[in-house]
Design a protein around this ligand. Structure first.
Ligand SMILES: O=P(O)(O)O[C@H]1O[C@H](CO)[C@@H](O)[C@H]1O
Ligand SMILES: O=c1cc[nH]c(=O)[nH]1
Length: 238
């Protein structure tokens, strides 16, 4: 067991899908995996291992925000030798080209967080996804009829309720598609530990128009995203 995960060595697969919501993790495990075992309930941050089309896969909740994700990702990499993490999240669209339920494959993640400034002594590091995972996810998404997919930058913000939302305007002007809260830390930690990571997010709300999905939809309705993530992770050797 690690400090925040109740798994024994070997109980977590080398490939992990990581939603922020632990109940989305449970829904993913129960809906998409066979032979499912729950390996951790510590703090209610559920983790499961099962198989998908013969590939052993785990699903681990990260909680919300980079500090929480960093705890779980670090323990997955250092205590359980996890090789690949694919975040399966929700995000808010920042541009009118991006619609509700579209898929955003995050090639890189900007941030307003101080986590990387501290790690890199004030230098601006560029947290990016694993290229093979990006290509595999984009191919899997394009093969799905009716799924609109965008590939580009996200903003991993520290504030869901931002006190100064106008500050995201320069990000949008430089091509950032959507806002979420974890990808930047995930990409940085994967690089630090020599592992592979990707974030795919479903648009759950639109920051410009104000339309949004319910919390139940955010927990249990992102099947296309999960199937794209599983296909990408499996093609990539998971
Ligand atoms: O739906 P998840 O994966 O939690 O992701 C998004 O939703 C949460 C905010 O509602 C943040 O964690 C954000 O990144
Ligand atoms: O961080 C997030 C996630 C979903 N939607 C948002 O607006 N922000």
């Amino acid at each position: 067991m690690s400090t925040h995960l109740g798994a024994e060595p070997g109980q977590i697969a080398p490939t992990v899908l990581m939603p922020g919501d632990p109940l989305r993790a449970q829904w993913i495990a129960e809906t998409f995996l066979d032979d499912v075992e729950c390996y951790s309930r510590v703090r209610g941050m559920l983790g499961f291992t099962g198989t998908w089309q013969g590939h052993r896969v785990s699903v681990q909740g990260s909680g919300m925000g980079q500090p929480s994700l960093a705890i779980y990702a670090t323990e997955l990499f250092t205590s359980y030798d996890v090789r690949t993490v694919v975040r399966v999240g929700s995000c808010g669209a920042l541009t009118e080209d991006v619609g509700l339920r579209d898929l955003v494959i995050a090639t890189g993640a900007c941030t307003d967080s101080s986590m990387n400034r501290i790690r890199f002594h004030g230098y601006d590091y560029a947290p990016v996804a694993d290229l093979d995972l990006v290509v595999a996810a984009r191919d899997a998404a394009r093969a799905r009829e009716g799924l609109v997919v965008h590939t580009g930058l996200v903003l991993s913000g520290d504030s869901f309720y931002h006190p100064r939302p106008e500050l995201t305007a320069p990000m949008v002007a430089h091509g950032v598609l959507a806002v979420e809260m974890e990808a930047s830390a995930l990409y940085t930690l994967a690089a630090a530990h020599g592992r592979r990571a990707l974030a795919v997010c479903t648009v759950s709300d639109h920051v410009v128009t104000g339309v949004e999905l319910s919390s139940e939809d955010r927990e249990r309705s992102f099947a296309p995203m999960v199937e794209v993530a599983l296909a990408a992770a499996a093609r990539d050797g998971g």
